[in-house]
Design a protein around this ligand. Structure first.
Ligand code: NAD
Length: 475
């Protein structure tokens, strides 16, 4: 194995303030009735900044600002003008990409290689893509004169903080809505930096408002009577609570929830590529990915070979400082998430599955979990059914394509799936039968703004991305 010299990215490009207010009506304001909390780097537990936990009066002020901006400015701004702002935001994100990547990695714990090469470029691409739609809504297949919904409340998780923000804000603004966005409590900093991008782009005040806080702030936003639409990405449990809260009201809802994706390897698959796909499927972003390939289904005839090569590949993964450009696996996002991963892994041990982790040294401070696989997993095991949301892979086997389909679909979720085979006809046959919103063939975890993304069953409803993503923000 190669030894790598440290290659740390410099953090000097970002200026983190010691404390942040809320972004309401185009400026940073102090809280009316909230508190403060600290956001830390999960890799070192160092405090990065003090952030506001918005209270109900803050949420109310943010919604009022969004309503004013909607009524007076944004709903009267033609699509071709809205597009200019979105293009401007896309460009600024690209120009300031290093700053965003460094801040994302510090606050979230993900490797700088990923924030630099995936999160930030995709966030910018999302704004570019939806900028193109802003003046073409009449051609989106949603009627000849589709109208915006109004004020959208948007609640996002911590696993792709900036990217989830872009997935939510870009289509909403393109369609003519104004927004109040609440980032996750452990990763608020790139959303607050994005607020400065809105200022730099001279976006009219109130079109984008950002309120930081935890579950209670999200609840206040969901319960606000002047919010026309709620867009939520997060856990199935909270998604269900939101669905209950808005039932019987006029509020529109889209929910992007959890997953337990099957990654299916047939015996004719190119094994080395498939192993790369398995690694990317479950160890990308420490497995904090709703569409992670967390259930591996391997055809029995190639099981030994795949397992051996997978272990060999896992032994080369470098875990450690997320700011090091050589790092493959960064920090677990929070102590709470680490506890959840440990607990479910212990359940795997107790249920009789065999655990194997690549030998690696875990840093002394921060939250870490080594890349791990479980073999001897059956469909009844909790680690085959529940989302672990960490770098933990459950491995099962199958003999026939029909059995692969049966097992892949045997889950309460249905967000994504992967198929590895050399046969084109088998890819189509599988894609027809897999009950998942996205099916990747001979690749995994690929995202593109032109492609709709969303789930079946407990993975939620509604689509983000592509033309379909506009539907949620138009009447
Ligand atoms: P979470 O549901 O705990 O939190 C998500 C967001 O909701 C956070 O901003 C949180 O503060 C807020 N929130 C919490 N309680 C709330 C309440 N009662 N009312 C309103 N808002 C509330 O989820 P998490 O732990 O942050 O994220 C992990 C989950 O997100 C995983 O289950 C993962 O699969 C899912 N996820 C799904 C997608 C997707 O596109 N389908 C993408 C990323 C993550």
């Amino acid at each position: 194995m190669f030894e790598y010299a440290p290659a740390p990215e410099s953090r000097s490009i970002v200026d983190i303030a010691s404390s942040y207010g809320l972004f309401i009506g185009g400026e940073f304001v102090d809280t009316r009735d909230g508190h403060t909390f600290k956001t830390i780097s999960p890799a070192s537990e160092e405090v990065l900044a003090e952030v506001t936990e918005a209270g109900p009066a803050d949420v109310d002020a943010a919604v009022a600002a969004a309503r004013r901006a909607y009524d007076r400015v944004w709903s009267k701004t033609p699509g071709r003008e809205r597009a200019k702002y979105l293009y401007r935001i896309a460009r600024i994100l690209a120009e300031r990409s290093r700053e965003f990547a460094v801040l994302e990695t510090l606050d979230n714990g993900k490797p700088i290689r990923e924030s630099r090469d995936v999160d930030v470029p995709l966030a910018s691409a999302w704004f570019f893509y939806y900028a193109g739609w802003a003046d073409k809504l009449a051609y989106a297949g949603l009627g000849s004169d589709p109208q915006p919904v109004g004020v959208a409340g948007q609640i996002i998780p911590w696993n792709f903080p900036l990217m989830m923000l872009a997935w939510k804000i870009a289509p909403a603004l393109a369609a003519g809505n104004t927004v109040v966005l609440k980032p996750a409590e452990t990763t608020p900093l790139t959303a607050l930096l994005f607020a400065s991008v809105c200022q730099q782009a001279e976006l009219p005040p109130g079109v984008v408002n950002i309120v930081t806080g935890a579950g209670a702030t999200g609840q206040a936003l969901v319960a606000h009577p002047d919010v026309d639409k709620i867009a939520f990405t997060g856990s199935t449990e909270v998604g269900k609570a939101i669905a209950r809260a808005v039932a019987g009201t006029d509020t529109k809802v889209t929910l992007e929830l959890g997953g337990k994706a099957a990654n299916v390897i047939f015996d004719d698959a190119p094994v080395d590529q498939a192993v790369e796909g398995i690694v990317n499927g479950i160890f990308f972003n420490q497995g904090h990915v709703c569409c992670a390939g967390s259930r591996l289904l391997v055809q029995e005839s190639v099981y030994d070979e795949v397992l051996e090569r997978l272990k060999r590949r896992m032994a080369t993964l470098r875990l450690g400082d997320p700011m090091d450009k050589n790092t493959d696996v960064g920090a677990i996002n929070s102590r709470e998430q680490l506890t959840r991963i440990r607990e479910l892994s212990e359940v795997g041990d107790a249920e009789g599955a065999q655990r194997w982790s690549a030998a690696c040294e875990l840093p002394e401070h921060g939250f870490w979990f080594p890349p791990t696989i479980f073999t001897g997993v059956t469909q009844a095991h909790r680690i085959a059914r529940e989302e672990i949301f960490g770098p933990v892979l459950s491995i099962l086997t199958f003999r026939t394509p029909a059995e692969a389909v049966e097992k892949a679909n045997n889950t309460p979720y249905g967000l994504s799936a992967g198929v590895w085979t050399e046969k084109g006809s088998r890819i189509l046959w599988m894609a027809d039968r897999l009950r998942a919103g996205v099916v990747w063939a001979n690749t995994f975890n690929r995202f593109d703004p032109t492609s709709p993304f969303g789930g079946y069953k407990e993975s939620g409803h509604g689509r983000e991305g592509g033309r379909h993503g506009l539907e949620a923000y138009l009447r």
